[in-house]
Design a protein around this ligand. Structure first.
Ligand code: GRF
Length: 237
């Protein structure tokens, strides 16, 4: 056997990732599980929450991930909090920072610092319904479909280039809770997918601020429809 035919594929170094949360952490759980199943070439090096005693921290501890709480109320203003947050994140040297239900608006300085390596998931089909109460607003507007979007974070709130969306039909009788539950189930599919693309070097934000997957420009986000994506796992909310 010559050297070429006996060569093993080079081992993939898992990408260090820091996840920021404020609450339940079901999207965090989807990443933990994807990583544990060997589907995500990542190392979850830390979970940072701005709230103590949230379920997401319990999930992180159960998975043996370092946890830190940085309470925004202990800082005089947003700039001071974000400067401390940036120092804390950088102490783990991540190549990717994942916002997973982190309920704080980030300062432009922090966003710029992580440009191209900061992802968020938002529970609407952006550009529709940036901000809060997305499910209520989609129902009040009589939408027939709703969903979630994974995007690169820019200085515009929920306005960064979208990568992947999950579309969910609005059903007769839906209220905000039932709709949120079905949307969240799809979030647990699309967020790990995007993280997998990024961590394996397939996804990037180019120098013009546009999304490229396998070097192809994505002028529009890719989209999964609920039936196609419905086989995903079911995380307790
Ligand atoms: C999700 O709906 C996500 O889209 C939004 O916050 C929620 C977080 O849920 N940004 P969880 O904490 O991951 O369960």
């Amino acid at each position: 056997m010559d050297a070429a035919s006996s060569a093993q594929p080079a081992p993939v170094t898992p990408m260090p990732v820091v996840v920021l949360i404020s609450g339940s952490g079901s999207n965090l759980q989807a990443l933990i599980d994807g990583q544990a199943r060997g589907e995500l070439p990542i190392r979850l090096c830390a979970v940072i929450s701005n709230r103590a005693k949230v379920r997401g921290l319990e999930r992180a501890r159960a998975a043996g991930i370092s946890c830190a709480v940085l309470n925004h109320r202990e800082f005089p203003d947003r700039d001071a909090f974000d400067q401390a947050l940036q120092r804390l994140i950088d102490s783990f040297a991540p190549q990717l920072v994942v916002l997973a239900g982190f309920m704080r608006i980030l300062t432009p300085a922090l966003v710029r610092h992580y440009q191209g390596r900061l992802l968020n998931i938002h529970p609407s089909l952006l550009p529709k319904y940036p901000g809060l109460h997305t499910h209520e607003r989609a129902l009040a507007a009589g939408e027939t479909e709703h969903g979630a979007t994974v995007h690169f974070v820019t200085e515009e709130l929920d306005g960064g280039p979208a990568i992947l969306q999950a579309r969910v039909p609005v059903l007769t009788g839906d209220d905000a809770e039932t709709l949120a539950t079905r949307v969240l189930r799809q979030e647990h599919i699309i967020y790990p997918q995007v993280v997998q693309w990024f961590a394996s070097g397939r996804l990037r934000l180019d120098e013009h601020g546009q999304v490229r997957l396998d070097d192809q420009l994505l002028p529009e986000p890719l989209c999964l429809d609920e039936p196609a994506a419905a086989s995903g796992s079911d995380y307790p909310l």
